[in-house]
Write a protein that binds this ligand. Structure first.
Ligand code: C2G
Length: 153
């Protein structure tokens, strides 16, 4: 009997950490809803994104593991979403452990281990160093690339 799973996120510069999570979320339940943070909501989260909302939305929507993408516009929408979509499981990376326990009165809450060695902010830093070092060879301290290699299954 398939279950409906929901998660929320920015998914800027979509990378293997995002994909690992989405694959595991799909395995948790069978039907996966992903709420992608709008640019306006990211501003509220104090997050600056490189990729605009429409593109982040389309990338996530194209994934075979995702059944529905909805906009995340506020911190307060989760309970309404869980009720509206009859969600069985709310799940998110363990950098949020404990922050959404209040949802346990509406559905199961799970925090899944993040993929180590990769994040949108680390990627942005590495890109910045790459551009700075342009023409002088790639800075050798691009440990993000080693991190990427380590994070691959
Ligand atoms: N993630 C991961 N491994 C990484 C990086 C991210 O598992 N190396 C997970 C995060 O834990 C999160 C999801 O991928 O569950 C999306 O990460 P972000 O785009 O950074 O989302 P965030 O800003 O945490 O937004 O209301 C909740 C917020 O919208 C969550």
């Amino acid at each position: 009997m398939s279950k409906t799973v929901i998660t929320y996120g920015t998914f800027d510069m979509f990378h293997i950490g995002h994909l690992n999570l989405i694959k595991r979320l799909h395995q948790l339940g069978g039907k996966l809803i992903v709420a992608v943070s709008t640019d306006e909501f990211n501003a509220q989260k104090g997050k600056r994104t490189l990729i605009p909302y429409q593109q982040r939305y389309e990338i996530v929507e194209a994934l075979k593991y995702v059944d529905l993408v909805i906009p995340e516009v506020s911190w307060e929408q989760k309970v309404e979403d869980i009720v509206r979509y009859e969600v069985d499981i709310f799940a998110i990376g363990d950098d949020w452990t404990g922050k959404f326990d209040f949802l346990q009165s509406h559905c199961e809450v799970q925090y899944l281990a993040r993929t180590q060695g990769i994040s949108s902010s680390e990627l942005k830093l590495a890109l910045g160093r790459l551009v700075e070092g342009h023409g002088k060879g790639v800075p050798s301290d691009l440990d993000i690339l080693d991190g990427l290699r380590r994070s691959l299954p």
